[in-house]
Design a protein around this ligand. Structure first.
Ligand code: BGC
Length: 730
């Protein structure tokens, strides 16, 4: 398989997309794939996981660390960049098997040709470390100047987040300590350079307002290149109270075995998850690249951290955690690297207090999770999440208040984790009470119409965000019911298997009382049923809305960046939906909807779906597999699997920039491949497979971790029948 992504140009209007595509990272940080000479205008960013700041009335967003890859080359006084006219070769090459980004640029000058090569990677083992190499060579004798060091003038969307920086040279390292506006956190970036003995140069230290760097005056000749190796450490006060000295220590602990260990760790990771698709190179590469994106976002260094909706590709979406993690990404980790799934769930368990507080602020009981969750479960979602393109005024949106399905995603994540792993420790260590509190939240939403014998849930937003404040969104009602049932069943399981632990949890949380309340309502929740045509109405009155296609809705836009939903959007009073809604329900609960009903709803809803969210396509891919139509599924699978490789996704919501990587689409692609085409599902004793592969695939090879055993599965497709081979691997 081709494990390289190559970009040969550097233009103003493609720099954002390239930055995403060539992202490297290790779950602690993500480094956008920008060039050494780039500045914040080119969206240079090293986005840190789980550390946030808010400036004034701006949105609270994650911090970008000062940039230790800042480098400029001058020939006489001419700055050489990838955009210079005399470039005769330029390439950025992401070797995504190992998360290594290599750059090579050759300039043809009057004095001779100059070649710059750089390499950078984020250490996958020691997550505070980054490694950088610069090599300069020439085919003639010449003099060059290389300035390279740390630049604290970082790209921020709602910054600046640093109120001051200290730039010093200490213990032979360049060091930058940035004090965050919140007056609490500090981010330390330290870099130590080693120059190959054969290099000929003079060095001078330069410090200005925002940068500390070494300026190397270099003599090059055809036999004498200049080779610099730089060890870098980034540490924040979240990691260590004395971030600066810790960073120096980490930086100086680098050794020549770091790279060998990095490569071998990546090989181990791929051993848990690599896929092979016979007869479809594009799908194979797209899928493995999607897994790369998930793997560089995975918080391996923590027991309680999650993955933001745009992973670590920048500050977009406030670096917040959405339902994307539990509904789209979790299954991949659960079936390949379950310890990471546990960390993702750990984050939700640890932020239960935030969810309890949010519920009580709205006058509900139980746990209402943040729609856009940051540290401690703080809901970063603004009341005004889009901007009107005509008036430039913020538009009141109700995502935070009304996307009540969020808590069911957390319950589903915990439930599925326990089902797949049989690891009850999650339930005993906070998971059970988390699910019960989610259930209590839904109970407190239930309303009883006077003349009915059931409870309804009114005034919500379902997965389709274009229709706000609707009643009885089928997805929400079914998921509320599922959550309550789940709480009751899990409590019973814990009571039976771990009676003492149950009593201890009960003593503190009074769960027996809560369970009685849940049992009293669980069978009375209104669960809308498919109509005489087999169609399930997305919410009360949806079928009465104007029935147009997304193309017609689009033709009504008066501005290309206009928001489609909310009060006045072109989709709001029509049946055009932003993303899979009923079909997301039918995927999550494919156990209760027949293939025939799923098929009918698929054909009804898909032509009405704008696919304006990267979460949409995979749900159509998955559900098409439920009624055995891999041919229908395939283009949606491919769309998800290529979402970051191809780029070109939606960049704007109103006037708000929403570009970045799409880990939910990556996770959704994995779900489509493994749970859709391969038909992986749980059964009592072993995972079951019911393959239905696209016709042009000769085989599919993948790996799963089932109860601690790593199993390689090969499905050979021979004239419409399948041979399945399973092999345990080390
Ligand atoms: C989608 C949400 C999703 C969010 C983050 C929005 O555009 O409508 O369902 O959670 O993006 O990916």
């Amino acid at each position: 398989m081709n494990w390289e992504i190559i970009v040969n140009s550097d233009y103003k209007d493609t720099v954002a997309e390239t930055g995403n595509k060539l992202l490297i990272g290790n779950g602690y940080l993500g480094v956008r794939g920008t060039l050494d000479e780039h500045e914040k205008e080119e969206l240079v960013a090293i986005t840190l996981a789980g550390i946030y700041d808010k400036v004034g009335n701006g949105w609270r967003e994650p911090l970008n660390a000062p940039n230790p890859f800042w480098s400029k080359i001058h020939l006489d006084d001419q700055l050489l960049t990838a955009r210079s006219e005399n470039v005769i070769f330029h390439e950025q090459n992401l070797q995504f098997r190992y998360g290594i980004l290599i750059r090579e640029t050759v300039w043809k000058t009057e004095k001779g040709n100059i070649t710059l090569k750089t390499e950078r990677y984020a250490d996958i083992n020691a997550v505070n470390k980054l490694h950088y190499r610069i090599s300069l060579s020439s085919d003639q004798v010449m003099h060059l100047r290389l300035s390279t060091g740390i630049n604290s003038d970082v790209w921020d969307i709602h910054g600046p987040h640093y109120k001051g920086v200290r730039l010093i040279e200490k213990d032979s390292c360049l060091a930058c300590e940035a004090l965050v506006q919140n007056d609490i956190d500090r981010v330390a970036v330290v870099r130590e350079d080693t120059i190959a003995e054969s290099s000929i140069y003079e060095k001078r230290l330069v410090t200005d307002e925002s940068k500390i760097f070494n300026c190397y005056e270099i003599e090059l000749n055809p036999h004498q290149s200049f080779e610099l190796t730089s060890e870098i450490a980034i540490v924040t006060t979240k990691d260590h109270s004395d971030a600066l000295n810790k960073a120096i220590q980490v930086c100086q602990s680098s050794s020549s075995s770091d790279k060998t260990n990095h490569l071998s760790k990546w090989d181990k990771i791929w051993n848990t998850c690599e896929v092979e698709i016979g007869g479809d190179e594009m799908a194979e590469m797209g899928m493995n690249y999607s897994l790369y994106q998930l793997n560089i976002a995975a918080p391996r260094h923590s027991k309680s951290l999650s993955i933001p909706a745009r992973a670590l590709s920048g500050q977009v979406y406030k670096g917040a955690i959405f339902w994307d993690t539990e509904m789209f990404m979790l299954d991949y980790f659960l079936w390949t690297q379950p310890e990471i799934a546990k960390t993702l769930i750990g984050y939700r368990i640890d932020t239960l207090s935030g969810a309890l507080e949010k519920a009580s602020q709205y006058g509900y009981e139980g746990a209402f999770y943040a729609w856009e969750s940051q540290e401690g479960g703080f809901d970063a979602c603004s009341d005004y999440n889009v901007t009107d393109v005509f008036t430039n005024r913020p538009v009141r949106t109700y995502f935070k208040d009304k996307q009540m399905h969020i808590s069911s995603a957390i319950a589903r994540g915990i439930d599925y984790y326990v089902q797949v792993t049989d690891d009850f420790s999650v339930l005993l260590e906070g998971g059970l009470i988390t699910v019960i509190e989610c259930a209590m939240f839904y109970r407190s939403l239930l309303l009883k119409p006077l003349l009915k014998d059931h409870f309804v849930i009114n005034d919500v937003i379902g997965p389709d965000e274009y229709h706000e404040r609707v009643n009885n969104n089928a997805y929400t009602n079914y998921m509320a019911h599922y959550t309550i049932k789940c709480a009751i069943e899990q409590a019973k399981a814990v009571m039976t298997l771990y009676p003492e632990a149950y009593l201890a949890i009960d003593k503190v949380n009074d769960i027996s009382e809560k369970l009685k309340k849940l049992e009293a309502v669980v069978d009375k929740i209104y669960l809308p049923k498919p109509n005489e045509f087999g169609l399930l109405e997305q919410f009360d009155g949806y079928f009465t809305l104007e029935d147009i296609t997304p193309d017609i809705a689009k033709s009504r836009l008066k501005h290309p960046k206009e928001y489609w939903g909310g009060g006045n959007g072109v989709a709001s009073d029509t049946q055009v939906i932003k993303q899979a809604d009923v079909l997301t329900l039918m995927e999550v609960r494919s156990d209760i909807f027949s293939p025939d009903v799923i098929e009918k709803n698929w054909h009804y809803y898909e032509p009405r779906t704008e696919h304006g969210s990267s979460l949409s396509a995979c749900m159509y891919a998955l559900t098409a597999c439920r009624f055995n139509r891999p041919d229908l599924s395939y283009p949606f699978f491919l769309k998800s699997a290529l979402s970051d490789l191809k780029g070109g996704g939606k960049q704007w919501a109103g006037l708000v920039y929403i570009g970045g990587t799409h880990p939910a689409a990556s996770g959704g692609a994995w779900k489509s491949l493994i749970q859709g085409f391969a038909g992986l599902e749980l059964s009592e004793n072993e995972p079951l497979l019911s393959p239905n592969l696209p016709e042009h695939w000769q085989y599919l090879v993948f790996r799963i971790n089932y109860k601690g055993k790593l199993i390689k599965i090969r499905i050979n497709s021979v004239k419409g029948s399948y041979h399945i081979l399973r092999e345990e691997i080390k």
